[in-house]
Design a protein around this ligand. Structure first.
Ligand code: GLA
Length: 350
């Protein structure tokens, strides 16, 4: 059971942030570099255990149907709601000794590229009693995500949401899993704007992109170590564009960590916008709505840069701007000012 609860306590409460990725998309699954930031938008899971209960039921602020499980994660009932697959995968990994009732409440938009599933996995694992290192929590949650969704996702989301630090983004080397906090300057605002399109990654070309990266690595070796010169060995123009994105994005992340840490917001913004162009033209994971938003935002005075964030195919744009430069009321879709937050943690029961 989690260490900081009084002995005998049979209810647990845990919160996990979502993440916005400032730069470094579609680099994590080839062991590259990423620079995400845990957000103050997140997910709360509260579980009350009962020694008599031999099943667990979860209700959610976002879902009409509760989800029911055996203690080993097997779903109960004829219609298992889609979101319950993530719960089932965490339960199967942790196998809590008692049943009971849980509630899930979130301020994150679902399927919008802000790691709502990672926040759910991490907060549930903590509420069920996971009591290990943040990195192990992230690896457990990544395995659950892959099992639940069938999507071969990388480690960025779970690691960012597990290890986030107040006031900082996190530079992550996805090969070694080393994380370096990078302070986010106070004299800027980070804004997230929803493009209006939500999606499940399982329904997108995410898996196809990952296969394309594997095909590239069979030709030129590990993408995380590849140089621009290596691209000349790739004759297929589509694979060459994909590789150019990954190689250039890894370079940009290194430059961006230095720019952000050194409060060079103009350089950081320029790199973010270059990243968007690369994701759109070379990696082809943008949409007309995301491209339009990025172009529109970049034309506003006081905006340093903007890009799609996360996997793309819909979801959100992240914007770096001077405080007050972007009026949230100008959007027909949801928009938030997000602040760098700490990672997943247990909370005291109120
Ligand atoms: C999703 C995945 C991550 C990462 C991003 C794209 O968020 O879960 O592992 O691959 O897409 O950068």
């Amino acid at each position: 059971m989690p260490a900081d609860l009084p002995p005998g306590a049979n209810r647990h409460r845990a919160w996990a942030p979502g993440r916005v990725n400032l730069i470094g998309d579609h680099t994590d699954y080839t062991g590259g570099l990423v620079l995400p930031m845990a957000t103050d938008l997140g997910t709360l899971v509260e579980v009350e255990f009962s020694s008599e209960a031999d099943e667990l039921t979860f209700s959610s602020s976002h879902e009409p149907e509760p989800a029911r499980f055996k203690l080993d994660g097997t779903p109960l009932g004829s219609k298992a709601p889609v979101w319950s697959a993530y719960l089932g995968a965490i339960l199967a990994a942790l196998r809590p000794p008692q049943g009971g009732h849980g509630r899930v409440t979130t301020t994150l938009p679902i399927g919008a590229g802000l790691a709502s599933s990672a926040a759910l996995e991490l907060s549930l694992a903590l509420a069920l009693g996971f009591d290990g290192a943040g990195r192990d929590l992230a690896l457990l949650a990544q395995a659950a995500e892959q099992a639940a969704s069938g999507v071969p996702c990388g480690i960025m989301d779970q690691l960012a949401c597990a290890l986030g630090q107040v006031g900082h983004a996190l530079a992550i080397d996805c090969h070694t899993l080393a994380t370096t906090p990078v302070p986010v300057p106070k004299e800027c605002e980070i804004i997230v704007v929803h493009s209006g399109t939500s999606r499940r990654l399982a329904d997108t070309a995410y898996g196809e992109r990952r296969q394309e990266c594997q095909a590239i690595e069979e030709l030129i070796g590990p993408l995380r170590q590849a140089s621009y010169d290596a691209l000349s060995a790739i004759s297929d123009p589509r694979l060459k564009r994909r590789a150019r994105h990954v190689v250039s994005e890894n370079t940009r992340v290194g430059q961006a960590a230095a720019a952000l840490g050194g409060s060079d917001l103009k350089a950081m913004g320029r790199l973010m916008t270059e990243s968007h162009t690369s994701l759109s033209a070379d990696f082809e994971v943008s949409t007309p709505e995301l491209d339009h938003l990025v172009g529109w935002l970049n034309a506003l005075p006081g905006v340093y840069g903007a890009r799609l964030t996360g996997a793309g195919f819909g979801g959100c744009v992240v914007v770096l701007a001077q405080p007050g430069a972007v009026d949230l009321a100008a959007f027909k879709t949801l928009a938030w000012i997000v602040r760098p937050s700490s990672g997943a943690r247990l909370l005291r029961w109120p």
